[in-house]
Design a binder for this molecule. Structure first.
Ligand code: HOC
Length: 359
């Protein structure tokens, strides 16, 4: 893998290794994939305004997110179905992320059970930080059963995906007729939750009836911190803060839900301003470079999360591939901080971004 110098370099070999149906599932976005592309291109349009001669030395990357220690402000976003990418699946991802000392947001639709993901992470780290992504359900019993499993596995926060009253429309999947996991694979966190459908993706009941009421119910079910993922509108961020939510993830689901939705980085500043420091704001969508991470931090993100690059790393090299992707991002982040005159993520502020029209 030494010839792979950037996280973008991982996509071509991953594509070559994957069944084209599964490559398209991971790579694709909703409809015309305008938001998918915008997540990356919006970062490229932002220019940094570095400081010089500040004598900060080699940057220290360690941080804390919601009280959880992380070796860098780069977390791993929830992405489903890792067994499509590599036979070691989420086990390999869990070990790589725990070894890197950062937070894994395990997907509800994982092909390895949350208990096994936690056990793998513990093989390589004393106290790995695992969060769990959850689709809210109308059926509180179903939600409660999944939450209890996550709690018993030692998960330290729930990340509720709130942007999915219905599944985004992926024409790549439609063209391949891909709407199910292949025989022999299942969503291990869903098994035994609804009679007759052991681990089937159909068990997830995405519904336009979901509302803040369901978030309140979840709040009453668990003492775990709850982050809300999929926030783009500042008013929703304010409502979340008033509802006692513990953190926000600015996200458009990797361009996989509403096409032509704004890029995550475009949404970030207004969300940060709306919550005015009442709760941490994270961002996912389009992070491919250390400079992207610094731009998100400069707009006020506490941390970012990466999705597809981790899947490409997993495909290409299993655990070692994920490790390498995280290493590349870590090195780029350290280098960018140094070139900006910052000694740590905490020293990054909007001052690094020139004033004027943003987008
Ligand atoms: C084939 C069914 O959040 C995604 C996931 C939802 C997965 C359901 C796919 O891929 O965006």
């Amino acid at each position: 893998m030494d010839e792979l110098l950037t996280v973008a370099d991982f996509e071509a070999p991953a594509r070559a290794a994957l069944d084209p149906v599964h490559y398209d599932y991971f790579a694709g976005g909703a409809r015309d994939e305008i938001t998918l592309a915008a997540n990356e291109s919006a970062f490229a349009r932002i220019r940094l305004r570095p400081r010089i001669l500040r004598g900060r030395g080699t940057p220290e990357l360690a941080t804390a997110v919601l009280g959880a220690p992380a070796s860098m402000p780069i977390l791993v976003a929830p992405t489903a179905f890792h067994r499509l990418a590599h036979p070691d699946a989420e086990r390999a991802t869990a070990r790589a992320v725990a070894s890197a000392g950062t937070v894994l947001i395990a997907a509800m639709l994982s092909t390895v059970a949350i208990e096994d993901i936690a056990a793998e992470a513990r093989k390589v780290a004393v106290d790995p930080v695992l969060w769990f992504q959850l689709y809210l359900q109308r059926d509180l019993g179903f939600t409660e059963a999944v939450v209890r499993r996550a709690e018993s596995a030692g998960v330290r926060a729930l990340v509720v995906t709130a942007d999915s009253p219905a599944l985004g429309h992926h024409e790549r999947n439609d063209r391949h007729g891909f709407h199910d996991l292949p025989a022999g694979m299942r969503c291990e966190n869903l098994r035994e939750l609804r009679a007759g459908e052991p681990g089937h993706v159909r068990q997830v009941d995405l519904s336009p009836e979901l509302s803040w009421r369901h978030v309140e119910r979840l709040r009453s079910l668990t003492d775990l911190p709850i982050l809300l993922k999929g926030v783009l509108h500042p008013e929703d961020a304010r409502i979340a803060a008033d509802a006692g939510i513990d953190g926000i993830v600015v996200s458009n689901h990797g361009g996989r839900q509403l096409d032509t939705a704004m890029a995550s980085i475009e949404a970030l500043p207004d969300v940060v301003d709306a919550v005015a420091g009442r709760l941490p704001v994270l961002l996912d969508g389009g992070i491919r470079r250390g400079t992207d991470v610094v731009k998100a931090l400069a707009y006020g993100a506490a941390a970012v999360a990466v999705g597809r690059p981790v899947v490409w790393g997993l495909t290409v090299g299993g655990e070692a591939g994920v490790t390498r992707v995280l290493e590349i991002l870590r090195d780029e982040l350290a280098h960018t901080l140094m070139l900006c005159g910052c000694g740590s993520p905490a020293e990054v502020s909007r001052d690094l971004l020139p004033a004027g029209p943003r987008w």
